[in-house]
Design a protein around this ligand. Structure first.
Ligand SMILES: [Zn+2]
Length: 473
C-alpha cells in the first residue's frame, strides 16, 4: 500500500520551521518447521506515518497509524505542540543543517521477488532442511526457520528532500540439537541478507543442514574446551558478534554522550579518543558501510536524509570516527556517519550501527592454520556477556577445534573466551582474505525500545594470548 505524502506535505509544511514526513510500510512473514512439522505461518503488516518538525532549534516527532484526515491532523498538531513545549528545555539548538536535502531511490538488489515463492514451496524446502538433519535419534530438535521482510520508506521534507527506499530481506536459521542423557549440544547456521527468493536453494541449504546436524553429534562425543592462554582463531560467524559488541556499541556517539546510560549503557570510549586511540593492532581496519551490496543494513539514506557513504571507523588500528548522526556530530564535534535510524514509524531515529565490517587482510585461512603450533578455532556464537562500558567480555561458541603443529586435531565442546576490548583487539595478529557476511535483525537499544537490523562482514581473524575455557556459560 502506498500513500501520497507529497500532498500531505503541501498541506502541513508551514506548521513548523521545518517539516519532514515519512510513510513506513513493512510486511514481515515468518515460516518455521520443527522436526519436519510446519510450526509457524504468520504475516504481520505494520504501516504508519512519522511526522517530524523543527521548532525553535528542537526536533520533535509524532507517529500515527490512523491515516484518516483527522488522524493525520491530530499527529501534526501533537508534533507541533509537544516540540514547541520541549524546545523551552532543549540541551542543544539544532538547525536545518542536521537534515540535509537529498533526493534519490534505493532498492535491494534481488534476482527473484520474495513473493515468487509460494507457501507450499517454501515450507517444503524448510521441511527438507529439517529432514536432512535427521541423522540419528540423538538429533532431538531440527529447526529451519525463515523471516522474510519487505519494507518501503517514503520520505519528503519541506525544503525539497525526497527519498524512496525499498528493502527485501531474509533471515534464515538452521539449527540442530543433539541429546545424550542430560546433555544437549546445539549447532546452527544462519544467513542474513538483503536478497530475494533466490536464497532458498536446496543445493545450498541441504548440505549446510546435514553438516549442522553432523557437528552437533560430534559435540556429544567431544572433550570440554581446555582452560589456557592460547592463540584463538575466530570464524566470521563469531567475529560478527565480536565486532557488534566490542566495536559497534562502544562507538555509538549517543552512548558516549550519555543518552543511553539508563538502558543500553555507556562506553569506555571518550570524546578525546577520536583520532588518537590505538583501538587495535595495525592489522585492524573497520568500516561503516551501508553501501555494501546485500548486507542486512545496506541503504542509501539514513532517517535524517544524509546520504550513506563508506567510512573508516578504525584505520590501521587507530580510532578515527564515531557512529554518530548529524545531531550527535553537532553536539560533540566528533566526525560521524549517516546512521540516524529508527525501527518503525512509531519510534524516533537514534544513533545505530548499520553494516559494520572488518576489512579483509592478507593471510589465507590455510596459512593461519598451518602457521599455528597450538591454538583453538571457535565457530558460531552461543552466548555473550559484556559490561555496560563495553570493556570486559566473555563469549561462548558452539563448536571448537584444536589446532596443533599446523593441523586441525580434534573437536572441543562448550568453548568460551574472555578478554578486555582494547587488549583483545591489540592482540590481533592475522586477518584473513575471504570475507563472509552475516547480520542480526535483533540489535536492541533506546527507550522506548527499538530493535533494528545490522550487518557484519568479516574474514577469519587470529588473536594471541587469549584466555579460553570450557563449560556452559
Ligand atoms: Zn546490539
Amino acid at each position: 500500500m502506498s500513500f501520497d505524502i507529497s500532498s500531505l506535505l503541501q498541506k502541513h509544511k508551514a506548521a513548523a520551521d521545518w517539516v519532514g514526513i515519512k510513510w513506513i510500510s513493512e510486511k514481515t512473514t515468518y515460516r518455521s518447521v520443527r522436526n519436519e512439522n510446519p510450526e509457524l505461518n504468520q504475516t504481520v503488516h505494520d504501516r504508519g506515518l512519522r511526522i517530524e518538525v523543527l521548532i525553535d532549534g528542537h526536533f520533535g516527532y509524532a507517529g500515527t497509524s490512523d491515516i484518516s484526515t483527522e488522524g493525520i491532523n491530530h499527529a501534526v498538531q501533537k508534533a507541533v505542540a509537544q516540540t514547541r513545549q520541549w524546545s523551552k528545555h532543549k540541551i542543544f539548538s539544532f538547525t536545518k543543517e542536521q537534515r540535509p536535502v537529498t533526493k534519490g531511490h534505493y532498492r535491494s538488489q534481488i534476482q527473484k521477488p520474495l513473493d515468487s515463492l509460494g507457501l507450499k514451496e517454501l515450507t517444503d524446502i524448510l521441511r527438507d532442511c529439517s529432514l536432512k538433519m535427521k541423522l540419528s535419534d540423538q538429533i532431538v530438535n531440527r529447526t529451519a526457520r525463515a523471516m522474510i521482510v519487505e519494507t518501503q520508506i517514503n520520505s519528503v521534507t519541506s525544503d525539497g528532500g525526497e527519498q524512496l527506499q525499498d528493502f527485501s530481506m531474509v533471515s534464515l536459521d538452521l539449527q540442530a540439537i543433539a541429546r545424550s542423557g542430560t546433555e544437549n549440544q546445539i549447532r546452527s547456521a544462519g544467513f542474513q541478507n538483503q536478497i530475494g527468493a533466490e536464497v532458498f536453494l536446496r543445493h545450498r541449504l541441504l548440505p549446510v543442514s546435514e553438516s549442522v546436524a553432523q557437528q552437533a553429534l560430534e559435540l556429544l562425543k567431544a572433550e570440554n574446551c581446555p582452560s589456557e592462554k592460547t592463540k584463538l582463531l575466530l570464524s566470521p560467524d563469531q567475529m560478527m558478534l565480536q565486532i557488534h559488541e566490542s566495536i559497534g556499541h562502544p562507538l555509538e556517539l549517543d552512548r558516549i554522550l550519555g543518552d543511553e546510560r539508563n538502558y543500553a549503557g555507556w562506553s569506555f570510549v571518550q570524546m578525546e579518543d577520536f583520532g588518537k586511540l590505538r583501538y587495535g593492532s595495525p592489522l585492524m581496519n573497520v568500516t561503516f558501510d551501508p553501501t555494501r551490496f546485500s548486507e542486512l543494513a545496506s541503504y542509501c539514506f539514513d532517517d535524517s536524509g544524509a546520504r550513506a557513504t563508506k567510512e573508516h571507523l578504525i584505520k590501521d588500528g587507530i580510532l578515527v570516527r564515531a557512529l554518530g548522526s548529524a545531531e550527535s556530530q553537532a553536539r560533540s564535534g566528533v566526525p560521524g556517519v549517516a546512521n540516524f535510524r529508527s525501527c518503525s514509524w512509531n519510534r524516533p531515529p537514534i544513533d545505530r550501527m548499520a553494516n559494520i565490517n572488518l576489512e579483509a587482510g592478507t593471510t589465507s585461512i590455510k596459512d593461519m592454520i598451518e602457521g599455528l603450533d597450538r591454538g583453538i578455532l571457535m565457530h558460531t556464537n552461543r552466548s555473550w556477556s559484556i559490561d555496560d562500558y563495553r570493556n570486559k567480555f566473555q563469549f561462548g561458541c558452539e563448536y571448537a577445534q584444536l589446532i596443533e603443529e599446523g593441523q586441525v586435531k580434534k573437536i572441543f565442546k562448550n568453548p568460551n573466551y574472555r578478554g578486555k576490548t582494547l587488549d583483545f583487539w591489540n592482540n590481533l595478529i592475522a586477518v584473513g582474505q575471504e570475507i563472509e557476511t552475516y547480520g542480526s535483525p535483533y540489535c536492541g537499544k533506546g527507550e522506548p525500545s527499538q530493535v533494528i537490523r545490522v550487518g557484519h562482514s568479516s574474514p577469519y581473524c587470529l588473536f594471541k594470548d587469549i584466555e579460553v575455557f570450557g563449560g556452559l556459560s
